[in-house]
Design a protein around this ligand. Structure first.
Ligand code: PLP
Length: 395
């Protein structure tokens, strides 16, 4: 059985170019980049190059990039730094649809006595910028809105939001873990103070990330230890992975065009075919302002988990809700925030593509999906019995 991997928002395959660049740094070139000798120095130079490659992808300066262990660490560092450098301010603003790296941190901060405003989204998963502006006060230490949603792919107008925040003297962070490498980002053209990214979403390995911190932004480290990252993040560097992240960023810049043409074409072909061939199906989220690779699609009166099990038998990998919440039968907090009805929310599937998917794979999925949904609906006591039952289910 061949694998058809449509779960690239959960994680991606390490690109062969990335793996090749990393391998020498596990075995032959194992020096510590902080060492004074030539053996460590050559690794240090390679890390400088990786920092330049990451910076180039988002048009930032190399010294604005702090390497971290993952997107979650980058997000936590940004928020904690803002709170530590604005000690009198005990309010933060986030959205209801943030990834747990921000959302769960917000809940944690409430327990620590901070006030957290969670902005709602509309039925298409969009934020209201007027409401965002009104939520910022002289007490607000930081506002954090994700660039693109991991479950729906919906893109927030973070550049406009950052301009509003700057006008009000509030720091602005964005969780761009799903956006970096998929859509163009130019940090010279916006007022975003901090931005989080993660290697394993753009064909670098898991366990490596970066935090962009704009020059001049006051910063307080999250991990306190050695002098690595100019004292901004202690801990001996994950050298091979940092080098891999650099190569992945260079590749992403080269593949950006393909991501927004070929990948988008395949996603649209798949989505339109499923919507046409399967009755009572819908796309969740704004279909215009959306990542080119993501489709969150619901099939009424089936369980997303049941679909996953059936497609799994055919070698097709997808996700229901975010990977972090799979295993729980609660509909995702993102779909709930959008007000997606019970019968649709439970039958939601996230299909997320990459530049490595082929049209042949997509045609196979288009052929198999309608049969699977029909079979599952045949087993459902609710399919075809009318609205009365749906109303009872929603209570
Ligand atoms: N933010 C978003 C939007 C994500 O999708 C993810 C991962 O799923 C993260 C943050 C966390 O990144 P990491 O897995 O590198 O900690």
């Amino acid at each position: 059985m061949t694998t058809i991997y449509l779960d690239n928002n959960a994680t991606t395959q390490v690109a062969s170019e990335v793996l090749e660049a990393m391998l020498p740094y596990f075995y032959e070139l194992y020096g510590n980049p902080s060492s004074m000798h030539f053996f460590g120095g050559q690794v240090g130079r390679k890390i400088r190059q990786a920092r330049e490659q990451v910076a180039a992808l988002i048009n930032a300066e190399p010294d604005e990039i702090i390497f971290t262990s993952c997107g979650t660490e980058s997000d936590n560092t940004a928020i904690r730094s803002a709170l530590a450098t604005n000690l009198g301010k005990r309010h933060i603003v986030i959205s209801r649809v943030e990834h747990p790296a921000i959302h769960a941190l917000g809940a944690h901060l409430v327990k620590e006595g901070y006030r957290v405003t969670e902005l709602p989204v509309d039925s298409d998963g969009r934020i209201n910028l007027d409401q965002f502006a009104r939520s910022l006060t002289s007490e607000t230490a930081i506002a954090s809105l994700m660039w693109a949603n991991n479950e729906t792919g919906v893109i927030f107008p973070v550049e406009e939001a950052a301009a509003i925040a700057r006008n009000k003297g509030v720091l602005f962070h964005t969780d761009a873990v799903q956006a970096v490498g998929k859509i163009p980002i130019d940090m010279k053209k916006n007022a975003i103070d901090m931005l989080a990214l993660s290697g394993h979403k753009l064909h670098a390995p898991k366990g490596v990330g970066a935090l962009y911190v704009r020059r001049g932004t006051r910063f307080s480290p999250f991990l306190i230890g050695g002098h690595q990252e100019k004292g901004r993040r202690g801990g001996t560097e994950n050298t091979a992975s940092l080098i891999g992240l650099g190569v992945a960023c260079e590749l992403a810049a080269r593949n950006m065009e393909k991501e927004n043409t070929h990948v988008k074409y395949l996603r649209d072909k798949l989505e339109n075919a499923l919507l046409t061939r399967i009755p009572n199906s819908r796309v969740n989220g704004d279909r215009v302002n959306r990542l080119p690779n993501t489709s969150n699609i619901s099939f009424e009166f089936v369980e997303g988990e049941a679909i996953l099990l059936m497609i799994n038998e055919l070698g097709i990998c997808a996700s229901s809700g975010s990977a972090c919440t799979s295993g729980s039968l609660q509909p995702s907090h993102v779909l709930r925030a959008m007000g997606v009805s019970f019968t649709f929310a439970h039958g939601s599937i996230r299909l997320s593509l990459s530049v490595y998917n082929t049209e042949q794979e997509i045609d196979f999925v288009i052929e198999k999906f309608p049969v699977i949904i029909e079979r599952l609906r045949g087993l459902s006591p609710y399919w075809g019995v009318g609205d009365a039952v749906c109303a009872t289910m929603e209570t």
